[in-house]
Ligand binder design. Structure first.
Ligand code: ZN
Ligand code: ZN
Length: 415
């Protein structure tokens, strides 16, 4: 059996998030998006944790649900999870990176929060900053419960990631030391896709997962992982450890904010090959550019890129070792482009609501629904957009230095 999971989200207690994120709205949007299992997020925050304890009902498999939804038969499952930010010196350099942590029960969460508490202000941010090394966080998590999982988050972003050009390391071994064998999975982040990560030799045997890092409930599931096996806490742990993944769903990696190298203030955006020729200084102002995900990937990869994408949009490993993945354009963006209107406009929202109410959840509409079913509700042009999204057919201009890239299904000259 398979189930879809999004294990990287934030509550309204994390900085720069929507104030309207509640457990109820998370579960509501997860159902609309087609996400079966989602993280509670932010369990290190004391107020949010009290809310989790008050509202969530433990199931007998290490997962949780909202009782009202359970009664209605529409329950999404929750797993206890959080993200922490480690800021610390090591080897004469300052390091900053984000880690996702999963825990099997509230006892483990309480022990872990007690252990982390002296090293940062847990109440100040849903994603707390800790004066701890990544290695120490793994040690404390396993000390709280051997079944805790630590997953390095968005591993290529320049700031705050294990491989990042600004705050990271050149290897998991260098970062985690003797705790490295406990790292069973890494998160690709929005600016990289699995095929890019297949090139890194030390990731052979490490699962590659994708989640949304949503800061508002309507962004849940924009990237997700389809796991195989039992949808339980131990089933999830086993899937992470054994790579039991059917496939992952990705945005086009160029859409991420740090795909190419560049300097935002000067509007400079360039492929890493250009940077390697002309140097890391901005050609306009002479300051150091932000080296993007692609640049770091080229520097740390040990084998050439190899991926085969079929007409059905599924991209696979030619060696047949890794699970496949697909790149999608989100349904709201598809409708907006098809209608030539902004994503937040009423017309786009109405079509979106009609589609998910009558055809199925967003993932189903994007990946499986018959095109005539989509066309009968939303018109031929939206159905054509869904077909292009499903085939992975898009025209992209890459993001750089904090600027999101743009992805279009219709090239300006082939409307
Ligand atoms: Zn993060
Ligand atoms: Zn510049």
């Amino acid at each position: 059996m398979t189930y879809t999971a999004d294990l990287h989200l934030h509550s309204s207690y994390a900085m720069a998030t929507s104030p309207s994120i509640t457990l109820e709205s998370m579960a509501h949007w997860a159902a609309i998006k087609g996400v079966d299992l989602l993280t509670t997020a932010d369990f290190t925050h004391p107020v949010w944790l009290a809310e989790l304890k008050a509202k969530l009902e433990p199931l007998d498999d290490g997962l949780f649900a909202l009782p009202a939804q359970r009664a209605a038969g529409t329950a999404r499952r929750f797993v206890l999870g959080t993200e922490v930010s480690c800021v610390y010196p090591q080897g004469g350099r300052s390091h900053r990176l984000h880690l996702l942590v999963l825990a099997p029960d509230f006892g483990a969460v309480d022990r872990l929060c007690a252990a982390l508490g002296p090293h940062g202000k847990l109440a100040s941010d849903g994603r707390p900053t800790l004066r701890l090394s990544a290695r120490e966080v793994v040690e404390l998590a396993l000390g709280a419960d051997r079944r805790c999982e630590v997953i390095p988050a968005h591993v290529w972003t320049p700031w705050y990631s294990v491989y990042g050009s600004r705050g990271g390391f050149d290897s998991l071994a260098e970062c985690f030391g003797d705790m490295a064998p406990h790292i069973h999975a890494i998160e690709t982040g929005l600016s990289s896709d699995p095929a890019m990560n297949w090139r890194v030799l030390e990731l052979d045997g490490v699962s590659i997962v994708s989640f949304s890092d949503a800061h508002s409930a309507s962004r849940i599931g924009r990237e997700l992982t389809v796991f195989e096996g039992e949808p339980s806490y131990d089933g999830l742990r086993a899937a992470l450890a054994e790579g039991a993944i059917a496939h992952t769903v990705e945005l086009h990696p160029e859409e991420g904010k740090y795909h190419y190298d560049g300097h935002r203030r000067c509007g400079v955006c360039q492929h890493p090959a250009t940077t390697l020729e002309s140097g890391e200084r901005c050609p306009v102002c002479g300051r150091k550019m932000t080296l993007g995900v692609l640049h770091r990937m080229e520097a740390l990869s040990g084998r050439p890129a190899a991926v085969e994408c079929g007409a059905d949009g599924m991209c696979s490993d030619p060696a047949g070792v890794r699970p496949p993945f697909r790149r999608l354009v989100g349904l709201e963006a598809v409708i907006a482009e098809a209608m030539g209107r902004g994503r937040g406009t009423k017309g786009v929202q109405q079509v979106y609501s009609r589609l998910v109410a009558s055809v199925g959840n967003e993932l189903h509409v994007l990946t499986a629904a018959p095109f005539d079913a989509v066309a009968s509700v939303a018109g031929e042009r939206v159905a054509e957009g869904v077909a292009r999204s499903r085939a992975g057919d898009a025209v992209v201009s890459p993001g750089y230095d904090g600027v999101y890239g743009t992805v279009r299904l219709w090239a300006p000259d082939r409307a």
